[in-house]
Design a binder for this molecule. Sequence first.
Ligand SMILES: Cc1ncc(C[n+]2csc(CCOP(=O)(O)OP(=O)(O)O)c2C)c(N)n1
Length: 370
Amino acid sequence: MKHTDERPRPAPALPTREPVRLVDRHGRRVGHSSFTAPDPARLVELHRAMLIGRRFNQQAGTLARQGRLAVYPSSTGQEAAQVGGVLALSDQDWLFPTYRDSVALVAHGVDPVRTLTLFRGDWHCGYDPHRYRCAPQCTPLATNASHAVGLTYAARRKGRDVAALAMMGDGATSEGDAHEAYNFAAVWNTPVVFLVQNNHWAISVPLHRQTAAPTLAHKAVGYGMKGYHVDGNDAAAVYAVVSHALAEARAGGGPAIVEAVTYRVDPHTNADAPQRYRDPAEVEHWKERDPLIRSERLIRDEGLLGDAEETERALAAFGAEADRIADTVRERLADGDELDPRSLFTDVYATVPPLLEQEHALLADELREV
Ligand SMILES: Cc1ncc(C[n+]2csc(CCOP(=O)(O)OP(=O)(O)O)c2C)c(N)n1
């Protein structure tokens, strides 16, 4: 009889209930049996990218308040999860971000002005996904996860060594699309790491009303994946765990879920009123666990940027660089491509169907009359 129940990979171990942490909130290193912090140059790079991300979030929030962006979902407080995840990618890998992940895009090298195009209300993502190996920021929850599975599956069939990082929130893990992506990734053994930023809230729905799972990383086990539970405000830990998960996935060891435990300090978007559903004391609790304070303490205490004077100079230079990027975003967001509504019809079909041709002509007439 042909044996069809082949299980080439061993059953994954349960994730640890305590998140992996390599640097505590006081900036002190914590020993871990399986993971080690990256080298000093990488720790500094993580801090620099987080600083740029924090400033970028502030600038984008201001632009939204001024009405120059239609909306902005800030990731203040989540910089370690985003930067730590993205810097773990290799040059050939792809990023599949959500609306929350603009800081991840900037750390990945996407033009910061182009990153915000979506939030100006343009239907294009504003950048060339192939150039940056970065899919458009996805608003329908969890749909980017199956795109990541599809791309890596296709790449493998073409003999290309490409892994992907698919980002999602805690709420998105309850979606049917997340289930399908997890299942196909595991069955096809595609090299995808699902980075779940557990920021404790899905708009006004708290985590405990979202899921009864012990941790979101535990969800991996039912699909035959590995699940890692990591302190999402510890950039060193996120970087170490995602790097490990990507390397394993690339080597054929299967996809994984990495749950980064973090917190959304700002409102869901500028159109949200979080005082209606959450206790300000909770926000204060998390602000004490701010990822940037932690990495700055580590850098200062260990002299990773040299003596006290050299450290001040280097940190000031990072701050100035972050300001420059924010200034560029503010100035260049206004330039721009005047959006032509007719382009709605131009980028979907190679051969436009007759009905759409008619609608295109109707719109062109209307625009001429305006
Ligand atoms: C398929 C789908 N359903 C509903 C929404 C509306 N929606 C936008 S954000 C959001 C909450 C998402 O929470 P989470 O996944 O935890 O991500 P976060 O916004 O906290 O980063 C919802 C329900 C959506 N964008 N897509």
